[in-house]
Design a protein. Structure first.
Length: 319
């Protein structure tokens, strides 16, 4: 049976993690690496203490979709991503500028990782990483774009460069602008950015370019995953129908972002929903509701130092 699985390229999370751990060790990673099946992640340990994690959900999902012949190359890319923490960013802002990019994240994911940080979980992320909201459900942060992975920039990086977050973001926005040479259009109804460089959703930040698109009404956007940006007009029923259908499919892909539409109002993206009397109101409302899920009541956890943490949908309070 094992021979048959290998022959047909079958995989499992356990086998994928074992191969990734082996590749990381061969690449010189000196941390103790242990597969955590319950959370589908690899734990990093030093002196027996967990110091970080490698989350496998998106990695493994992409790996399974690839043909067998491409899986080895993808594992090597995963290794480079996992080792990005050891890379040092340029000391000078001028040197870093060409490789800075804005990056969109699902706000719920970032809030979840910040909560884990407060609880002392090794999967916790930066609590005070510079960012700005994009509508209610998205956050834009600043990343450094290595050839095969990205690295978060933190407040210490900005201080060392002598720039504010907003100054750095202005420079960072120009880089995907310069790299955006074309986009697709479905008839006269829908624009689709899908270059495959993992920054298509981030092109939502190119407000000037997007507000110049010819649409009926105001530009409405959806970013179902990091590799997809859909734009239609707020008065275009056909375009909105196509958008909803493509967004529903896009949310099933890896690196999903948002099932909530946005509208460009006075140069700013804000949450939007078709009026209740419009044909596609229910479809967009169902799409958003199914993505968000039922709103949970506040939950209180206790921390190791005796304080407690109260979590609402997008807020965390230490008491």
């Amino acid at each position: 049976m094992e021979f048959i699985k290998r022959f047909f390229g079958k995989s499992s999370p356990e086998r994928f993690s074992a191969r990734l751990i082996k590749a990381l060790r061969e690449a010189g990673d000196t941390d103790e690496l242990r597969y955590d099946a319950a959370e589908h992640r690899i734990l990093r340990l030093r002196d027996g203490e967990a110091v970080g994690t490698i989350n496998l959900a998106n990695m493994y999902g992409n790996y399974r979709r690839l043909p067998r012949a491409r899986r080895s190359d993808y594992r090597r890319a995963c290794v480079r991503t996992a080792l990005v923490q050891h890379k040092k960013l340029p000391n000078e802002f001028e040197a870093a500028s060409p490789d800075l990019r804005p990056r969109l994240w699902a706000r719920a994911d970032l809030e979840h990782h910040q909560l884990l940080k407060l609880l002392g979980d090794p999967a916790g992320g930066q609590i005070h990483a510079p960012s700005e909201p994009v509508g209610e459900h998205l956050i834009a942060s600043l990343v450094y774009d290595w050839p095969d992975c990205v690295q978060d920039t933190v407040a210490e990086n900005l201080a060392g460069w002598g720039v504010t977050f907003y100054e750095a973001m202005e420079v960072a926005r120009q880089n995907p602008e310069d790299a955006t040479s074309a986009y697709g259009q479905l008839g006269d109804h829908l624009y689709a950015f899908a270059s495959g460089d993992s920054y298509d959703a981030t092109r939502l930040m190119l407000v000037q370019r997007l507000q110049d698109l010819e649409v009926s009404g105001k530009p409405v956007a959806m970013v179902p995953n990091r590799d997809s940006l859909l734009i239609a007009g707020s008065e275009d029923e056909v375009g909105l129908k196509i958008m909803a259908e493509l967004a529903r499919e896009g949310l099933q892909e890896s690196y999903d972002l948002s099932g909530s539409p946005l509208i460009l109002a006075d140069g700013v993206w804000v949450d939007w929903m078709p009026p209740a009397d419009r044909p596609w109101h229910r479809h967009f409302r169902d799409l958003e509701t199914n993505w968000i899920g039922p709103e949970l009541p506040p939950v209180i956890w206790s921390t190791a130092n005796g304080s407690s943490i109260k979590r609402h949908m997008y807020s965390v309070t230490i008491m």
